[in-house]
Design a protein around this ligand. Structure first.
Ligand SMILES: Cc1ncc(COP(=O)(O)O)c(C=O)c1O
Length: 375
């Protein structure tokens, strides 16, 4: 938040800030989705819906899993107010006061807040470049304690962009099963991957897992606040009651718009955007490495690079604040994502166009000259 506020202050003073801290696509929602949303408004589809979402959307979501060889009944698809709404529902359904939830450090910073909101606690599993910033089955087993009820992992993850390899995922699922725990896999960056992947959903490997998904990232719909979870049958009743009470229903216009997200025209647009992200990723990776910054693990997906800035001679928070104040490039310090080696890492997002990325790389080069010259 400090970085956001400072970046905005520099912009207000007329400086061009290269924004490499933003966690949402710079593209607007594509035309077929927006058109469907406008049409829904015109037709007056503005009332509450079923708490679990409209049938055509739940069916469309189930269908796109089926196209990937995973059969799930639409009843198991729960449409939510973003993945954030899904996280709140899952926390409320699965955790009691005093329970513990395993999460990774670094990881998505809000995860621990969802656990805390229902009186539970997050227990961190430190991850590092040695395991591509993802836990192994052994790490999960070692972190498990009497109060742990399950694990929440992400693949690809924020802030590192790395995926859990398929064989590791199988091991993790086995460890959790043997403890009668639950595995929630946050797949909100699925689709935004840049090399062949060995699975597209945890359900291919662990059919009993819970999937957290969103229309925010791959589908470019952050502001529409729409996501979904896929839950085992045994959870449907509890989740239904919670959804009715906590949300009444997910946003109606957004749901009608999102039905169009899976049409061939919209998917072609999403894939074209993915190709642009791939180009940007490549350029930023090259540019930072050419300046001697280490990217210990080339990410598989999302739109982030998790970069070791220790060669600058500064800790990551000072690096971010000075890069912003003196060179007008904003990025997110590792301490936003946990405490494990956080002073070494910075997250750069490539959610801006190539021209801005070039400018950012050039400014970062000048910044490093200055910082290294001082130490
Ligand atoms: C890993 C991860 N999970 C969940 C979310 C929440 O996304 P939303 O509520 O927009 O679907 C985010 C947002 O950045 C995220 O990075």
């Amino acid at each position: 938040m400090q970085v956001l506020d400072r970046a905005a202050a520099h912009e207000a003073r007329g400086h061009r800030v290269v924004r490499l801290e933003v966690g949402e696509p710079d593209f607007n929602t594509c035309e077929p989705i927006s058109a469907a949303g406008i049409e829904a408004l015109r037709r007056g589809q503005t009332k509450y819906t079923s708490a679990l979402g409209i049938a055509p959307l739940r069916e469309a979501i189930a269908h796109q899993y089926e196209q990937r060889g995973v059969r799930i009944h639409p009843e198991r698809v729960v449409v939510t107010a973003g993945a954030s709404g899904g996280l709140l529902l899952l926390a409320a359904a699965l955790l009691n006061p005093g329970d513990e939830l395993l999460i990774t450090d670094p990881g998505y910073p809000c995860n621990e807040v969802f656990a805390a909101a229902v009186g539970a606690r997050a227990r961190s599993v430190p991850v590092s470049p040695v395991n591509r910033f993802q836990p192994s089955g052994r790490d999960i087993a070692a972190a498990w304690g009497p109060a742990v009820r399950g694990a929440l992992l992400a693949s690809p993850a924020n802030p590192t962009g790395t995926m859990v390899p398929a064989n590791t995922l199988g091991e993790i699922a086995g460890v959790i099963d043997s403890r009668q725990g639950f595995l929630i896999m946050d797949e909100i960056y699925q689709g935004l991957t840049y090399a062949p992947v060995d699975y597209t959903t945890v359900l291919e490997i662990a059919p009993q897992a819970i999937v957290l998904q969103s229309f925010s990232k791959y589908f470019g719909m952050t502001g529409w606040r729409l996501g979904w979870v896929v839950v085992p049958e045994a959870l449907i009743d509890g989740i239904t009651r919670l959804a009715q009470n906590l949300f009444i229903s997910p946003p109606t216009v957004a749901q009608h718009a999102a039905v169009a997200a899976f049409t061939p025209a919209a998917m072609a647009e999403h894939e074209a955007r993915r190709a642009q992200f791939a180009q940007r990723r490549q350029r930023l990776l090259q540019g930072l490495e050419a300046h001697g910054l280490r990217v210990p693990v080339a990410p598989d997906g999302a739109f982030y690079l998790y970069v070791d800035v220790s060669s600058s001679g500064l800790d990551s928070e000072t690096f971010c604040l000075r890069l912003l104040d003196e060179f007008h490039v904003s990025c997110a310090p590792g301490c936003d994502f946990g405490s494990n080696d956080a002073e070494r890492y910075v997250r750069f997002s490539y959610t801006t166009d190539l021209e801005s990325i070039e400018l950012g790389i050039e400014r970062i080069g000048r910044a490093l000259e200055r910082f290294r010259g001082e130490s």
